[in-house]
Design a protein around this ligand. Structure first.
Ligand code: PGA
Length: 250
């Protein structure tokens, strides 16, 4: 049985004092869960969040990183920088990064490789637009994204990659994919991984669903056969709501 992994993505929200308060409130609410709990916070919250989350079951991740180790890349943050303060996870290739910051399948692939090189675990986002879905191309687009994202990784690395299937039309819109549609796509992703890396690897990969996950729909989504938890945006900003999502199976 694969574990369930519930990750929050705060995006560009939360000042350090708000981050500290949220994690303080969240800690007792999720301490007994068997699910893995991750919060991906803005760079400026990382250090505070790591301190407050010390000795809890809440793990801390970043939302992006550069693929180079160091150098003349003004404004960027590298893998070794994240690792040096104790960050464990990093979101790679979120659709907002692809859409607003010109990230491509190629940079996503480089970043995933860099994440592993510097000891970070990537949460890799893939997903189709509404137009692509309506044109019947969702499957092809998403499986193509996953193939390119994972290109050149070892079996062990693929096993340790978390994939987040996030249909772009469902992000921040209040529209959620039906549990059946979401499960179908996560299955398609797993099949693609199986075709390339074999069943052994594919069975171990955590594949999350993301896009307007909230406490009222988490149980239905996360109980599906191939959905191993979620990447949660808006609903991860409030401790009580996020705790309900983490504790969906209680
Ligand atoms: P949302 O965002 O839950 O606010 O739709 C999800 C995401 O972008 O990761």
């Amino acid at each position: 049985m694969r574990r369930k992994v519930i990750a929050g993505n705060w995006k560009m929200n939360m000042l350090p004092n708000e981050a500290i308060k949220m994690i303080d409130e969240l800690t007792p609410l999720v301490k007994d869960t068997e699910n893995e709990v991750i919060l991906c916070v803005p760079y400026t919250d990382l250090f505070y969040s790591l301190l407050v989350a010390q000795n809890t079951n809440i793990k801390i991740g970043a939302q992006n990183m550069h693929f180079e180790e160091s150098g003349a890349y003004t404004g960027e943050i590298s893998g070794p920088m994240l690792k040096s303060i104790g960050v464990e996870y990093v979101i790679i290739g979120h659709s907002e990064r692809r859409q607003y910051f010109a990230e491509t399948d190629e940079t996503v692939n480089k970043k995933i490789k860099a994440a592993f090189k510097y000891g970070l675990k990537p949460i890799v986002c893939v997903g189709e637009t509404l137009e692509q879905r309506e044109a019947g191309k969702a499957n092809e687009i998403v499986t193509n994204q996953i193939e390119k994202a994972l290109e050149g990784l070892t079996d062990e690395q693929v096993k340790n990659t978390i994939v987040a299937y996030e249909p772009i039309w469902a992000i921040g819109t209040g529209k959620t994919a039906t549990a059946e549609d979401a499960n179908e796509m996560t299955k398609a992703i797993r099949n693609k991984i199986e075709n390339i890396y074999g069943q052994n690897v594919a069975e171990e990969v955590i594949i999350q669903y993301g896009g307007s996950v909230k406490s009222s729909n988490a149980k239905e989504l996360f109980s599906m056969s191939d959905i191993d938890g979620g990447l949660v945006g808006g609903a991860s900003l409030k401790s009580d709501e996020f705790a309900k999502i983490v504790n969906f199976n209680n």
